[in-house]
Design a protein around this ligand. Structure first.
Ligand code: NAD
Length: 445
């Protein structure tokens, strides 16, 4: 991509986690002068040294280029950011509040207030974090109250839809851009900033901030519902002897339904879907429309149940008792192509198996360090074959392509018993059975 004309746009990206680091690097790649800001000094040090603190394909190479070009710098100072930027992207975390379904907005508020105190001239602050509908309106008042520039500072919302594992591509070539703005000026600024993306044909939807906030949680609610729908069908299949794999294939061929997000198995996890649907339910309650999204409680429940059913399936495969059973757990990340283990179904299942008395050996291609830190009681190996050596049951928990490509005949030579539980419907049962394995998956006879 050609650098953007002039240095008129100096952008800051506040919060340099999965979303912010990707956004900062991609904006620098588009030609902007970018300053990345985080309260985590260690993260800032690593990024400034060219190290991406998490696994994301393609990002380390782009970070190196951006640093070399001199267009990307990092700091821990929000005052410096306020002084530097014309457009400020807010990308801090909005986790689930402890003991509640609500989103914890303290980081967003703290970042915005500190930034705003340093804003002496007209500027646009653009929220990208996922927040409950109505947040931008409330934050606008806060911001105007503390900024020396008063209401010359505007707040817009531009929700982010990137997927971990495809974050660079999703940032450079998103399916759509949603601009939630309160003025034509804010819309123009956003159109300018995203011109290189829009010029490649990306659709732009301009709306008010509250609709923009809602687009994100509504999309995640829909995706979560689709996954739980097929996992609910898996439960019905189990009770009736039907096969959810064939069912999903047949449903997915209906163009109105589509096959994506319709793969049965262990369900969703990660740092977004689970907390987003809970925060959505909580916010809807506050707005007096809890009934409208109460079904998301069922979606969440089905999802949690998939993890429990997986533990039951492994117990069954082990002969009814998990005590002393050696389990090889393939996968720890919440999904392939990521090292993110936030609310990871894989580790939830692995630790439940451990609590039930199994000796669980885990391997994941990139999430080992994160998993070890969060689940020190589990044991870890160097490869799929390493953890499977001597195993009574092998459990596939994250559908990394390297697991899908395992040769069942070769793996059979190292295990104690050839029994596999496929938590992601990622393997071909006929192939594994032909190699002498007992194959089981949720929702399949
Ligand atoms: P993350 O935890 O990886 O990153 C958040 C960062 O914010 C951390 O580095 C943290 O140190 C920093 N931070 C916290 N308080 C700060 C402050 N006051 N000033 C500056 N920095 C501060 O989280 P993430 O996955 O990048 O998610 C960020 C937001 O983006 C969330 O709202 C999330 O729901 C949303 N989102 C994430 C994804 C994704 O795939 N990860 C996709 C779309 C939207």
């Amino acid at each position: 991509t050609e650098p953007v004309d002039g240095a008129a746009h100096r952008l800051t990206v506040i919060g340099t986690g999965y979303l912010g680091a990707t956004h900062a690097v991609c904006m620098a790649a588009l030609g902007y002068q970018v300053l990345g800001v985080d309260v985590d000094a260690n993260k800032i040090e690593r990024l400034a040294a060219g190290e991406v603190p998490f696994f994301e394909p393609g990002l380390p190479e782009l970070l190196a280029k951006a640093l070399d070009s001199g267009r990307l710098r990092f700091t821990t100072s929000l005052a410096e950011a306020a002084d530097f930027g014309d457009v400020h992207f807010l990308c801090v975390g909005t986790p689930q509040r402890a003991g509640s379904y609500a989103a914890d907005l303290r980081h967003v508020e703290a970042a915005l207030i500190t930034l705003a105190r340093g804003l002496h001239r007209r500027a646009l602050v653009v929220g990208k974090s996922t927040v409950p509908v109505g947040t931008a309106a409330r934050l606008t008042d806060l911001m105007h109250a503390v900024s020396p520039a008063g209401d010359a500072v505007e707040l817009a919302w531009n929700p982010e839809f990137l997927r971990e594992g495809f974050a660079v591509d999703d940032t450079m070539r998103p399916d759509r851009l949603v601009f939630g703005v309160s003025s034509r000026w804010a819309e123009r600024r956003l159109r300018e900033v995203f011109a290189p993306v829009v010029d490649q044909g990306c659709p732009v939807l301009v709306t008010d901030p509250q609709t923009a906030e809602l687009v994100k949680v509504a999309a995640n609610g829909f995706l979560a519902t689709k996954i739980s729908y097929i996992n609910a069908m898996a439960e019905v299949c189990e009770a009736s002897g039907a096969d959810v794999h064939d069912l999903a294939t047949a449903l997915g061929l209906d163009e109105r339904i589509g096959s994506r997000f319709l793969r049965p198995g262990l369900g969703f996890g990660g740092g977004c879907l689970p907390k987003d649907i809970r925060a959505f339910m909580h916010r809807a309650e506050e707005l007096g429309v809890g009934r409208a999204v109460a079904f998301l409680g069922e979606v969440d429940g089905i999802n949690q149940r998939s993890r429990e059913r997986m533990v039951d399936l492994v117990r069954d495969l082990a002969g009814g008792d998990l005590r002393g059973v050696r389990v090889a757990a393939l996968g720890a990340a919440f999904k392939p192509n990521s090292d993110d283990i936030r609310d990871a179904p894989a580790l939830d299942v692995a630790s439940a198996l451990h609590r039930a008395g199994a000796r669980v050996w885990v391997f994941d291609p990139v999430a080992m360090a994160n998993a070890r830190r969060a689940y020190p009681a589990l044991e870890y190996g160097d490869s799929a074959f390493d953890v499977a050596t001597g195993a009574d049951v092998v459990v596939l928990l994250t559908e990394w392509s390297q697991f899908r490509e395992i040769d069942p005949a070769a793996l059979r030579t190292v295990v104690a018993r050839p029994r596999i539980a496929d938590g992601r419907h990622a393997l071909d049962p006929a192939r594994w059975q032909a190699a002498g394995w007992e194959y089981r998956a949720l929702g399949r006879p």
